[in-house]
Design a protein around this ligand. Sequence first.
Ligand SMILES: [Zn+2]
Length: 1001
Amino acid sequence: MVEITIRKRPQTEAVITQRKFFKKTARGKVVKVLRERYLRDDVACGIEGCRECSTEISRLLPLSGSLEHDLFPNGHYILPDTNVFLAQMDLIESSLFNPPMILLQTVLEEVRHRSLPLYNRLKALTKSEDKQIWVFYNEYRSETAIVREENETPNDRNDRGIRTAAAWYNTHISLTHTPVRGQKQMPHPTVVLITEDAANRQKAEKSGIVSVSVRRYVETMKDANVLLDLLSAEGSHNIEPTKAAAGRQALYPDYLPTPTLIAGVKAGELHQGHFNPNQYNYLEGSVPVPAFDKPILLVGRENMNRAVQGDIVVIEVFPEKDWKAPADEVVDQEAMQKNDDAEDSGEEGDENDEEVFSKESRVLSGSSNQKPPSERQPTGRIVGIIKRNWRAYVCHIDSTSLTSTLTTSLSTQTVFATPVSRLLPRIRLRTRQAPTLLNQKILVTIDRWDSTSRYPEGHFVRALGQVESKEAEQESLLLEFEVPYRPFGKAILDCLPPEGEQWVVPPKGEFDLQNIWRDRDDLRDVIVCSIDPPGCQDIDDALHAKLLPNGNIEAGVHIADVSHFVLPDNPMDSEAAARGTTVYLVDNRIDMLPSLLGTNLCSLRPFVERLAFSSIWELTADAEIVSVRFTKSVIKSKAAFTYEEAQIRKDDPNLHDELTNSIRLLNSLAIKLKAKRMAAGALNLASPEVKIHLDSAESSDPIDVEQKELRETNSLVEEFMLLANISVARKIEESFPQTAVLRRHLPPPKTNFEKLQDILRKTKGFSLDVSSSGALAASLDECVDAREPAFNTLVRIMATRCMLSAEYFSSGSVAKDTFGHYGLASEIYTHFTSPIRRYADVLVHRQLSAAIGSTPLHATLHSKSHVERVLDVVNRRHRMAQMAGRASVEFYVGLALKARGEQARARGEPDVREDAYVIRTFRNGVGVFVSKLGIEGLVTFKRETQFDAENYTITVPGAKEEVKISVFDKVVVRIEVEKDKNTQRGKVKMTLVEPVDSSAF
Ligand SMILES: [Zn+2]
């Protein structure tokens, strides 16, 4: 930014520089704010070599403008208005769109008020080396600053400001290009106002400003074919809605006006919440709201009224007599809408449309309820949308929706893009590149969803690469789960110690210039070791234990002292806060912190001195805590074990060295700690975890999938991490009762378990007691089937899904009796042990450090609202990271299955078959869980089956007689990976082999 010198103004000018507005304070008081602007004559135009303005600024617009546009042979700069940035950011960001651009302060501020994410994208562009964007502070330059006139709307005022600035630029440029005496006036570049507002264009032309629409501007550009696709359908009045959207008949009810929605929610007549589509049935969705135990059910498109996953919606609940139970039916969007025509659907009397419509209504009426009233849920319809959750979606082009597949054809086609996520509707978009986009993963954004259009409309953003190529799959996964994966920028890397890889803990004494040893315990001689999964590079924790003379045991957990390197509020800290967590994918890791810290300076590697934050207990032999203390320290780990190595060492009767004894001590304490936790009612939950073997780092082709093995040493580490987290939670809550960063796991609503309880009772005769976590733990232990060892694990997996997820919170923000961690049966909990890969832990380190008087607490950590804001992001990133990790495993399991299928076929063997367990029954299929692969699948039948919803069974025709299948039955499935013909996406397909072969039906 330009350095600004403020010059005193004579009083007369002050009048035009005052802005008056009213502001509501946090306490609800209204205050009058008078803001004075100091006008100046030295705000630079940004044009290279301008004779009028200072030339000390480094990045400038070219003197002759851009000569590459046919409409402006004498050169031009563009000056887009606010709506262009709001609606067309994908275009502006494109590397093919590079005209020299003037960005007015008025526009920048308006973008910031309208959308923070777009503002951040725009700010990033102004700093980008690839763009020529000059931010012109028009509100500070005397000739271009304007004041709102009486009866002028803020919008009109801004439009006038933009025109004034454009006109000023043109005059200013002609001054810069004044002819040398005796020579002819040279042609000079024009400033072109880009706006979609036809009225504004007219006014501009009247005052001699060249003005065009975005479409008109882009059409004549060199890369128009690609760039036109990037145009958003919204905001561009020149783009007619597709034929479908212009259809006469409204397919969806109109939304209520926002004030009505807000008033309705306030009065309790309407309900607000996040929209969750049903993954098995695209005609159903639900919205959890505080007023009801069960989420509100939405049945049919009309009632879901154009909501997209994650939108914040407002619902009207129907009278209780109209409540329904969710349909037990798999309804696949793709199969249902196969022949729908992208260009024509939505029009009245359209045959395809009628067909889809009648198919859908058949499904909806077929599912009408013979169910017991107890299964009914509050049911309603969406009457408005408070906030859209639209983002860029990874999609495939549906090949059947193309009218021409000739790659030479550059005509615009309207096609369907099918999102990778099953939870989203397909998106209609126009593109000239359709044929070349087939078989690619592409990024698409939704622009609008009119009530006359069955599907949302959007535009193509960019191609990610060939379907099933590793690069495209990996990038789409990161995009789909919104994982920030750009490399760390210079400002962030500048926060690292300048010594880089050479950084070492300074020797104690006079060379310790940074006072690193002040307040630190010297624990370099303590026998500390780390125990991690094989190949772990970011070692955040290490442990030790030794016998004390009094017979008690000293145990220590030493955590990487990340907060020594990551200081509050600097660029590295902000980036880590925005990332929230490191994301682990099968073949990749997206770090939260630069790798210099994560894998080196903070990693508690063996045989090197490292800074740590230690929690040291004195415990009795029965693992009762006598005392605990926390201290910053310097450690020097004596070994980095894998779980397996540590286990072998512990079990080797010939070893009696200090390190081995230390592991044995830790292990014996861990066993007791675990027993105590279990006795207190902690849950032993299960989630399907599998391990992917990659055959080499380079090819990263999976060769096998196996279940993760858990050893005693896994439990050893886990118990001590839990102990550290609980002890630290107590300490920081005591010191900072308002802002301590804690983690809680709310008890699940009892209704979450109703279905599982019913299934267990009816199919196996077990009852699940959910009155407390202890009772649940005990009754889960009872669920044992002697003939089927996997049954217990299966029940645990299903029970885990009935739980809520754990979350971070600020201690002052919730009632103290809701602090508890249900799953761990602990009344207080936090995360302290993984600051390299979790941001919450970094905050906890800062609070603990302040609690022991080591470093003062940064002001932001005293602010409840600040902590809440940061934790909101961290909670969200955490969920997304888990989903991304699972999706990555699924992708590799798919590859492994594909490879196994090919090998089997090559050997002439039958396809891949695996044991599986039925976990759900549907009217038209079963949901199964393949424990060996850790995946779930769906077996669907085309033929109707006899479905007994009451007893969770279906009856299907067998070879001789009918066969009954119920939940928890063990079956054998054939697993194939087949390519979807329309989208080329690989899909896991399962069919039953035993007890019946379902391929026949
Ligand atoms: Zn100038």
